[in-house]
Design a protein around this ligand. Structure first.
Ligand code: HEC
Ligand code: HEC
Length: 333
């Protein structure tokens, strides 16, 4: 059945693109849709907050420090660096397309983006602040007081409005129009023969069992190390930390593979530096399959076609602090 499927795809590719568009309809991966139903006022405010380091104790760390939108929404280091140069315990996932996830964080402990956004501000190892202090900073900045009033209609800034605005901005960080999506939508020349062969390997080897849907992941929790155990010194327990169920130990939210070319290093401990390495580990540990160098290269070539249109906007100019704004404390106390 799977074999006929590839044969069919290849044959259609050779014959006509209309047939291919039809074949694409039952692919396990679906094209990313542009963001819809967005509140533009909240997006503009949330964009400012996303880039504002004054939401951190040091006055130096913003969401963009660890989820850098010039770097695929991540920091490209194994585990993030937070307040007082502390090295965090886990790799920062990309914020790109995170609105498509079934829940947020590697273990899914935040139900959605709004619930997630409050976490880092008050996390001692990340922005190291408290919600009350963050609010007192924002409330001391006249430009923010005006904009919150305009967008949410209240004189007092509430943490729930801060996280709602950030989440609304994050909803715009989807990346449609990758070459792979163009192919799914019927442009048969959008992929090279090697890339298409890589996709067929990805499907037929069984990667799509976990990496599927619009985000090519993000929609289930799965065990890392099904056939062979994963060796790591990271203390992460995975989903068990949330459910308390031992059966969920080392189950992680399957990461999206959208833009994966940009989001190295890989895995929750950031231990794999290259896609070649990550694909090799996935093949062996999840599927008991050792890919040849040429198979691996084809899968990597396919994965690189998942890079979509990156968010593009003018850098927000932040409203200045006032004389009443509490001073940041970059070096402790
Ligand atoms: C010091 C670095 C750091 C800062 C600052 C930071 N994050 Fe994160 N972020 C991380 C790490 C590390 C994780 C993964 C934590 C985990 O899963 O336990 C994460 C997870 C996330 C996720 C979940 C993505 C997914 O796929 O599960 C989102 C969304 C996110 N952060 C948004 C934000 C926002 C919004 C801000 C600013 C309010 C922010 N982050 C500030 C490091 C950071
Ligand atoms: C049984 C489910 C499952 C299968 C099958 C599977 N994966 Fe994964 N994949 C995961 C999980 C879970 C993670 C996250 C592991 C972690 O770091 O904790 C992951 C992570 C990855 C990553 C790293 C992404 C990142 O941002 O860190 C890549 C790349 C990847 N998989 C590719 C593949 C390929 C290629 C295949 C097929 C050879 C495959 N996967 C098969 C579940 C699966």
């Amino acid at each position: 059945m799977k074999k006929t499927h590839i044969a069919l795809a290849v044959a259609t590719l050779a014959l006509c693109s209309a047939g291919l568009a039809e074949a694409a309809n039952d692919e396990p991966i679906t094209p990313i849709k542009p963001a819809a139903n967005i509140n533009l006022g909240q997006v503009e405010l949330g964009k400012k907050l996303y880039f504002d380091p004054r939401l951190s104790k040091s006055g130096f760390i913003s969401c963009n420090s660890c989820h850098n939108l010039s770097l695929g929404g991540t920091d490209n280091i194994p585990t993030s660096i937070g307040d007082k140069w502390q090295q965090g315990p886990i790799n920062a996932p990309t914020v790109l397309n995170s609105s498509l996830n079934l829940a947020q964080f590697w273990d899914g402990r935040a139900a959605d983006l709004k619930a997630q956004a409050g976490g880092p501000i008050a996390n001692p190892g990340e922005m190291g602040f408290t919600h009350d202090l963050a609010i007192s900073v924002l409330q001391s900045i006249p430009g923010y007081v005006r904009e919150f009033k305009q967008v949410f209609g209240a004189d007092k800034i509430e943490i729930g409005d801060v996280t709602a605005a950030i989440a609304e901005f994050e909803k715009t960080l989807v990346t449609p129009n990758s070459r792979f999506d163009q192919w799914l939508l019927g442009r048969s020349d959008a992929l090279t023969a090697d890339e298409l062969a890589g996709y067929n390997l990805f499907k037929n080897a069984g990667c799509v069992a976990c990496h599927n849907g619009e985000a090519v992941g993000g929609n289930s929790y799965q065990k890392l190390g099904i056939v062979e155990p994963y060796k790591t010194t990271s203390g992460a327990e995975g989903r068990a930390a949330v459910t308390g169920d031992d059966a969920d130990r080392f189950n992680f939210k399957v990461p999206t593979l959208r833009n994966v070319e940009l989001t190295y290093p890989y895995f929750h401990d950031g231990a794999a530096n290259t896609l070649t390495e990550a694909v090799d580990i996935m093949g062996r540990l999840q599927l008991g399959r050792k890919f040849s160098a040429s198979e691996n290269a084809k899968i990597v070539a396919f994965l690189k076609t998942l890079t979509g249109k990156q968010p593009s906007f003018l850098l927000p100019i932040l409203p200045p602090s006032s004389d009443a704004t509490p001073r940041p404390t970059p070096f402790g106390k």
